[in-house]
Design a protein around this ligand. Structure first.
Ligand code: SF4
Ligand code: SF4
Length: 358
């Protein structure tokens, strides 16, 4: 989607993230897994592809690297060497994992010590009702304790639905966690994030105020991932975000690892697409709410808590796509104004204030 007579702005180079999924294989098989990962999946990236992407990310001034999956630790050699290469360029490096490997305190310590020696600077654990069907909470607790003891910034992301048995308190009050000295416990943050189905026709119930309505859509900012995070997926596709369900939205897959300079090509293809810019600056909720003004049969309020499920709806609902196809040019001026505000005016004003108050 590109205006014929108008050159779209390229986003500032700052702030891009390279996300790498070395494999789609995972020891777990959570219902609604965002990457469709499971023990049956076999796709994986070879080491040379991972290192070449990290090298290109450096040339393009990316600002950090994230390893995720699937379960990235299953590709242990690729993971360690990828972390080493990224750290050699002074990239902050994060790993997202389900902590299946933390079978005891000593094993957790040994694995994390190796990752930190390679250059890991932050770790994220995912858990919740789906995850613990495959990875017991105790392993997440062992992994948290080992990370905190090694002074590694540690975030736990918990599945959030209205009815859930595993909550942040389940972990925070686990005896392994409560035994941590406060100074080490300070390295740990536990948060919840809506657990969403991978299609827009299934909806879950969430706690009061979590699902999106018109007011919330107006308040929500843009999608901070699209056009900022480029994801090397285990099947060789490069995505324009790190979004949940990236695998099932073809339009968000913008290049492949067998193309020369695959990140450069991904950036060019993405930033020339007005819909991605629109989602970046205003968020999918605003796009869906806008489409519903043209077609009141589009019902969406109170159905979705996660913006990526809203994005699934946006890309897969024929009624919404029809409104966008007919009316998107009407939004060009507003989106370009949002781009100017976010990328030019506000940063310039903030830096002027900083200079004046220094
Ligand atoms: S642990 Fe994560 S990657 Fe593995 S199946 Fe569950 S949600 Fe998917
Ligand atoms: S909202 Fe859409 S574009 Fe943004 S991260 Fe989610 S799937 Fe990707």
């Amino acid at each position: 989607m590109k205006p014929a007579d108008q050159k779209l702005p390229l986003l500032p180079r700052r702030g891009r993230t390279l996300s790498i999924m070395p494999t789609f294989t995972c020891p777990a098989a959570c219902t609604d897994c965002r990457t469709l990962s499971s023990p049956r999946e076999r796709a994986h990236l070879d080491l040379a592809t991972v290192l070449a992407a990290i090298d290109e990310a450096r040339e393009l001034d990316f600002c950090n690297v994230v390893f995720t999956g699937g379960e990235a630790t299953l590709e242990w050699t690729t993971l360690l060497q990828g972390i080493q290469r990224a750290a050699s360029y002074h990239f902050p490096v994060r790993l997202v994992t389900n902590a299946h490997w933390a079978t005891s305190a000593s094993v957790a310590h040994e694995k994390l010590a190796a990752l930190i020696a390679a250059g890991l600077s932050e770790i994220n654990y995912s858990t919740g009702d789906e995850h613990i069907r495959f990875v017991p909470l105790e392993r997440v607790a062992h992994a948290c304790v080992a990370a905190c003891r090694l002074h590694l910034r540690t975030h736990v992301m918990m599945e959030l639905k209205e009815a859930r048995s595993i909550t942040p308190e389940s972990l925070e009050q686990h005896p392994l966690i409560t035994a941590l000295p406060l100074a080490e416990r300070a390295y740990l943050t536990v948060l919840s994030s809506p657990w969403m189905p991978l299609n827009h026709t299934t909806t879950y119930r969430y706690p009061e105020g979590v699902a999106c309505d018109v007011q919330a859509a107006a308040m929500r900012g843009g999608c901070t991932s699209v056009l900022r995070t480029y994801t090397l997926q285990a099947d060789g596709r490069v995505g324009a975000c790190c979004g949940l369900g990236l695998r099932v939205i073809p339009e968000l897959n913008v290049s492949t690892t067998d193309m020369p300079q695959c990140l450069h090509q991904a950036i060019s293809a993405s930033e020339e697409d007005f819909l991605k810019l629109w989602i970046h600056y205003q968020g999918p909720a605003k796009v869906v709410a806008w489409a519903a003004q043209y077609n009141p049969a589009i019902r969406w309020e109170g159905m979705y808590a996660h913006q990526c499920q809203m994005c699934q709806r946006l890309y897969h609902d024929d009624a919404i796509r029809a409104v966008i196809a007919s009316h998107w040019q009407e939004m060009i001026a507003e989106v370009l104004q949002a781009a100017w505000l976010d990328d030019v005016h506000i940063p310039a004003t903030l830096s002027q204030i900083q200079r004046e108050t220094a």
